[in-house]
Design a protein around this ligand. Structure first.
Ligand code: FMN
Length: 145
């Protein structure tokens, strides 16, 4: 299992040039290219994001856009999971965040968004301690190993 954090990484927005469909790779030379190559080869993708205005964080959205070169390739992953945190605790808080990721997954025919693990009520560092979502994520990881 490989953990890739985008928090401190600098990568550009997709510019929509669609050159990746012709070339098979992204013309923007930054760290996103390496991350996307790892996504291609992974058996399972697990995205983690805070809920930002009822969607994914900008870092994750940009990474999903930059993964456009994977479309129509022989990518390996078939299962996708989402882990999200938010200040609010209601189940519907994460609905449109899940929908944003579902929209990406739907473009990859062999892949399914299997589950979203949601940790609500997390509005400051450390507040996630004891959250039931941690146990859920732990058991899920064990079950897919
Ligand atoms: C720009 C921004 C937008 C946010 N939007 C929401 C939101 O729509 N709903 C919500 O419940 N929490 C929202 N939050 C709170 C974060 O989702 C929450 O604090 C999360 O647990 C932070 O995760 P982190 O500590 O991993 O950054 C927002 C926070 C920021 C900074």
């Amino acid at each position: 299992m490989k953990l890739l954090s985008c928090v401190k990484k600098q990568y550009s927005f997709c510019k929509g040039c669609m050159a990746c469909f012709k070339l098979g790779y992204c013309v923007i030379k930054d760290v996103a290219v390496k991350i996307v190559a790892k996504m291609h080869d992974a058996d399972i993708l697990v995205f983690a994001t805070p809920v930002y205005y009822y969607s994914v964080s900008g870092q994750l959205k940009t990474m999903l856009d930059r993964a456009n070169p994977l479309y129509n390739t022989d990518y390996v992953f078939t299962q996708v999971y989402l882990m999200a945190t938010a200040a609010e605790d209601e189940a519907e808080t994460v609905e449109s965040t899940t929908k944003a990721v579902q929209g990406w997954v739907d473009c990859f025919d062999r892949a399914t968004l299997v589950k979203t693990v949601f940790a609500g009520g997390v509005n400051e560092a450390g507040k996630i301690a004891g959250n039931l979502a941690l146990e859920e994520a732990y058991l899920l990881c064990k079950s897919i190993q």
